[in-house]
Design a protein around this ligand. Structure first.
Ligand code: CDP
Length: 788
């Protein structure tokens, strides 16, 4: 990409250092738990040990006797204000605090309000709850069997645990293609429950100021504006109108989708503050966060792929069972209950496809978090990339050649997929070729063949994923009815410095830097002179927030459009100052000059000063603009990842020896930040591939509810990532940019899984569900007689 600005201005393409890092690396960030207010009270939550049980009695006497404990709040207390239930983002309902029964282990049962965090915790431990256990349903297949205990007894007409059925695509054409296929493959693929496990857990400080009748909530949220609206809709009847609610999302220590939902703790803290007229702080501990906050994945998928004799793919058929826990709280656009799962034809030119998804209730916490993923794109990518690999191996065609043959070709863009998406741009073969050249693919295949002769287990796995980010065009995308646009407001001050505010909210992605770079590119004002703010609903323009890599495709585009409005006004002022017609001016980043007389020019700083001191009569003073950007389409970043693994034939341990990641996110704003996003994303892809899983025993006890058995990879397990990129601009984004934040998390697990299966294919292994633990591999090696 040609750089239009100098490093000092720092527009697009410059790896300028992150503006936010000086405060982060010095420990001077302001996270929710750093907020201290005079007279603040503390909330701790009593959690339930059963997966499903009736509440017989809650005895608060001992808790209330503890010094510092002021109150114990139960569901019955909230019921008086009709606040014991709340809506979820998918228009289901979720308990704030239970009145009759609990639905999963670690669910909130009561909350203790105290003068210190310690007293609140002691109080929570002293609350005595008597339960009457009920039958537990943990397996979604069993949940849908006739005669299964009905879990949502609160829903009067509900007679089973089925939430919804959703299907998409042409069933007839797909079935016909399967009927005519020369080769088919079929596989059951399970993507287990996992947790975002961000460094900072969730929490809030709620402060209701009765004098001004105003509620301020500092909150770990990725979507402050939407939260404000939801609060107003849920609590309007108790006097909390939207203009009297201020949500402040301060520094956030990782969100990854887990900080989109409204958790009961937030609502209880708000209620406690309104009732006591005092600020109330609630911060989860690590185990509460892992055990009770919403989970990702938990998709039971059966996929089939069809091909002609020559290896041309023809059709894809998928049936999926989605375990949503006890309520459907997924943060999906409302039109798509299975998120964007129907991007599952991936990078391949399939002529027919059909997808069915059924949602089921179980006795587990809410699922459906879009963990660093555009709703369900990780599930989609994992499925298609595993299936394509399976077919290639079955047809005995090299998986790289097989992909090259079946990719959507560059000349086919814009490409309409069999499931209706319009891919904006791509060069999948280019990215795969670059990855193969970088890693030395042919040599690795030779090495593998030699090692196999010696009984050594080496595998090479490819994932050539297509992403779908930038939700979204408002004609298709809304959350709870709120259209998914996003916003930027710019004000240029008289001295040529600027402030820009956005409807998104960074959780570590570096927006303060990259948004400033977009504005620097468009206005020529140095990025260092532009202050970027997000996350305060009293000051920032309304937007739907940051998740699903939507910031660059939507708010980044809004920044460019708003900057261009500023530039249009700047041109009028420059024409006035230089006494020429607007058409006689040429723009280069930072100044307008007169055509043919480059010495006659006005810098953006001169113009900003004039906007307040010497603007044309009849023109409004000031230099500012706002844009609410409704994208015409999503953006489709892509990449090709190649992973080399060595499998220890004695222990089953998988070692990632090399991993090359070639990403394409269109035009890049800050290459260093993009590389950082890819590094972090790859580690978050390695994690579920080899280590992370939350499972439950048959009575609903959580396994994986602490970092002792929920295995986050550390620097020790993380290989050296080798990254690179190709650039295929988006034709409809004002800057040609696509999102990148989630690409690596979406694409990496399939590359690793494919590499392990590739290492074991000759032994008859066809599929292994992630996480591919040593125990799973060792069991297979024993079955195949490789080890004892
Ligand atoms: O929505 P979120 O910020 O999580 O995702 P994103 O839009 O993919 O951006 C992640 C980070 O990468 C932001 O700081 C972006 O500005 C930056 N980025 C970039 O520098 N160039 C791109 N083409 C895409 C993202």
């Amino acid at each position: 990409m040609e750089l239009k600005t100098s490093p000092e201005v720092g527009g697009m393409g410059h790896s300028i250092k992150r503006k936010e890092d000086p405060r982060f690396i010095r420990g001077k960030g302001t996270y929710v738990d750093d907020v201290q207010l005079p007279g603040m009270l503390y909330l701790d939550i009593v959690r339930n040990p059963h997966a499903h049980a009736k509440i017989v009695k809650i005895d608060t006497v001992k808790a209330l006797a503890i010094k510092g404990v002021l109150a114990v709040i139960t569901g019955k207390d909230l019921e008086k204000y009709n606040l014991h239930w709340m809506p979820t983002l998918m228009s289901d309902t979720q308990m704030v605090l239970p009145v009759e029964k609990v639905m999963y282990q670690a669910q909130e049962v009561a909350a203790v309000l105290a003068t210190s965090r310690y007293a609140a915790a002691d109080g929570a431990a002293a609350v005595e709850v008597q339960y009457d256990p009920l039958p537990v349903v943990v397996d979604p297949r069993k949940a849908l069997e006739p005669g299964a205990p009905v879990l949502r007894t609160d829903k009067k007409d509900k007679k089973d645990n089925h939430i919804w059925h959703w299907e998409w695509g042409d069933k007839g054409a797909t079935d016909r293609a399967f009927g005519e296929a020369a080769a088919t493959v079929k596989e059951d693929i399970y993507l287990p429950r996992i947790h975002v496990a961000s460094i900072e857990t969730c929490g809030c400080v709620a402060h209701f100021d009765r004098v001004n009748d105003k509620l301020t909530v500092w909150m770990t949220t990725q979507a402050p504006h939407a939260i404000r609206t939801v609060f107003a809709l849920v609590a309007g009847h108790v006097g909390l109108a939207e203009h009297k609610i201020r949500i402040i999302s301060p520094d956030i220590g990782g969100g990854f989708g887990g900080k989109v939902p409204v958790y009961p703790g937030y609502v209880i803290a708000v209620a406690a503050s309104v009732l006591t007229d005092k600020p109330v702080k609630w911060i989860e501990d690590r185990m509460e966060n892992l055990q009770a906050d919403s989970f990702a994945r938990d998709y039971h998928i059966t996929a089939e792929l069809a091909a002609r004799k020559d290896g041309t793919l023809t059709a894809l058929r998928i049936k999926t069972l989605a375990d949503h826990g006890y309520t459907d709280a997924a943060a999906n656009p409302s039109k798509f209950p299975a998120g964007l799962f129907h991007v599952c034809t991936g990078s391949y030119d399939l002529k027919a496809a059909h997808v069915e998804v059924d949602g089921a209730y179980t006795n587990k916490p809410p699922g459906g978090i879009a963990y660093r993923c555009s709703f369900r794109v990780t599930e989609a990518v994992h499925t298609i990339e595993r299936m394509v690999d399976l077919m290639a191996h079955q047809l005995n065609i090299d998986p790289a050649d097989f992909r090259m043959k079946n990719f959507v070709k560059p000349e086919q863009f814009p490409y309409k997929s069999a499931l209706g998406w319009e891919y904006d741009s791509g060069n999948y073969g280019g990215a795969l070729k670059k990855a193969m050249d970088t890693i030395g693919y042919a040599d690795l295949r030779r090495e593998q063949a030699e090692k196999r002769k010696r009984g050594q287990l080496m595998g090479i796995g490819i994932s050539s994923f297509t992403e779908i980010v930038g939700a979204g065009p408002s004609k298709h995308f809304d959350i709870l009815g709120l259209k998914m646009f996003d916003s930027c407001e710019i004000r240029v001050h008289p001295t040529g410095k600027a402030i820009a505010r956005f409807g998104t909210k960074s959780q570590g992605q570096g927006h303060e830097t990259t948004y400033a770079q977009i504005l620097a590119e468009e206005l020529g004002i140095p990025a260092a002179d532009i202050q970027v703010e997000e996350g305060d609903t009293d000051t920032a323009p309304y937007g739907l927030g940051t998740y699903a890599s939507r910031s660059t495709p939507v708010a980044g585009a809004a920044a460019a459009v708003a900057a261009r409005k500023v530039r249009d006004k700047a041109r009028k002022i420059a024409a006035y100052l230089l006494e020429v017609a607007e058409d006689d001016l040429v723009w280069e980043p930072g100044k307008f000059s007169v055509k043919g007389a480059p010495n006659k020019s006005k810098t953006i700083q001169d113009i900003a000063f004039a906007a307040y001191t010497n603007h044309p009569q009849g023109m409004e003073a000031g230099l500012e603009a706002v844009s609410y950007y409704d994208p015409p389409n999503l953006t489709y970043p892509f990449g090709s990842y190649i992973c080399v693994v060595d499998v220890d034939s004695g222990t089953g341990e998988v070692k990632v020896r090399r991993f090359v990641a070639i990403d394409d996110c269109g035009n890049i704003i800050n290459p260093m930040i993009v590389q950082g996003q890819v590094h972090g994303g790859l580690t978050m892809g390695l994690a579920p591939a080899l280590y992370e899983e939350i499972s439950y025993d048959e009575i609903g006890n959580i396994r994986g509810g602490s970092f002792i058995d929920y295995l986050l990879p550390t620097a020790v397990e993380t290989p050296k990532w080798e990254t690179g990129h190709t650039v295929t601009p988006s034709p409809h984004h004002p800057l040609g940019a696509k999102g990148v934040g989630e690409s690596a998390t979406v694409g990496a697990p399939a590359a690793i899984a494919n590499a392990v299966v590739d290492a074991l294919w000759h032994l008859g292994v066809r599929h292994i569900d992630i996480p591919i633990t040593p125990a799973k591999v060792w069991k297979l090696l024993r079955e195949k007689g490789v080890t004892e």
